[in-house]
Every structure is written in structure tokens, then in C-alpha cells.
Design a protein around this ligand. Sequence first.
Ligand SMILES: [Mg+2]
Length: 193
Amino acid sequence: MAGHQQTLIVLDRDGVLNRTVPSPREPRPDSPLRVDQVEVFPWVPAVLRELTDAGFGLVVASNQPAWAKGKITRADLDAVHAAILRDAQAAGGLILSSHLCLHRAEDGCVCRKPATGLLAEAFACHPGYVPAVSWMVGDRATDVQAGIAFGMLTAYLGAGIPEDEGAFAARAIRPFFRGNDLRDFARFVLGRA
Ligand SMILES: [Mg+2]
């Protein structure tokens, strides 16, 4: 099979690379707020290595509003992200860049998913990748919405939640691929599904 040099895999972070953490102020488990809460899923390093070896470009695009919400210091936000990148790349997979939206929903920015600003930034940083053959991989409907709005293929990972199914139905969209976790996506995209 030819290489995958035109395919960028844009990875959501929390729930895709690392486990989410129960948060008393959020309706669902949310980003880790301290380095000692960081737990990259055990399969992620090997999967990222496989995807890198196959020629895919990998980047992260993630909403991280906890600092703007006053729940974390900027230093801790940066330290948590660095720890996730370190652990996720531990087997030799390469994450080319990270694109983080630090705003809250009410800030009205152009980057917070489901808006497409982070995706535009990622493709601008890495010329040569083609959105139509690239993937937005996430665990929330907002990830899928952003990917579809930017003309990408989309993967929705996890068991799904009713709110997300409602969002898909309301917009008459659906993810191109569904799976339990990044292992399923990698099997699919590497042609072994
Ligand atoms: Mg997520």
C-alpha cells in the first residue's frame, strides 16, 4: 500500500489519549488538572508508534478551558499537557504539534470545537496534508462536528452518550467510523479491520 503522506490524524486529547477524571463542577469526567492525575491509556503509545511508522501525520487538537475557568494554573495546564505528550509518545510515536483552545464556551472564539479554528491552524502548520483524506478523531459530538465542518473524515470513539447522539441526529450527521478506542481506529485505518 502506498504511504499515507497526505493523511493527518487530528487527535482529540481527553478520552482519546488519556483517561478523563471525575470533576465536581462538570457534568461529566473532564481533563486531568494535575500531573499526578495523568493516565495515558496503556495502548496509546504503541498505537501512535504504529500510525507514525505507517506514514500518518499526528497532531492533537483539544479544548482546554480549565485555566480560563479558574480551575487550574497555566503552569499546571502546560505541565499536564506535557506529561500526556511525553507518555503518549513513549514508544516512539510522533505528535507533530498540539493545537489547544484555551477559551470558554461563552468567549465566542473561533477555535473551540465544534468550531474549526484548531483544525485550520493544524493544517496551516503542516502543508501537504489534505483534509478530505484526513481524520478528526474524538470522543464527543463536538469533535465530529468540527471534523465534518472542515471537510474531514471523522471517528467517534467510546460508548457514546445520549447528548451526542442527539447532536448527531439534530444536525443529520454521523461519524464515518465508530469504535471503542484508538486501537479500533488504528486497526481500521491501517487496513486491518
Ligand atoms: Mg475528548
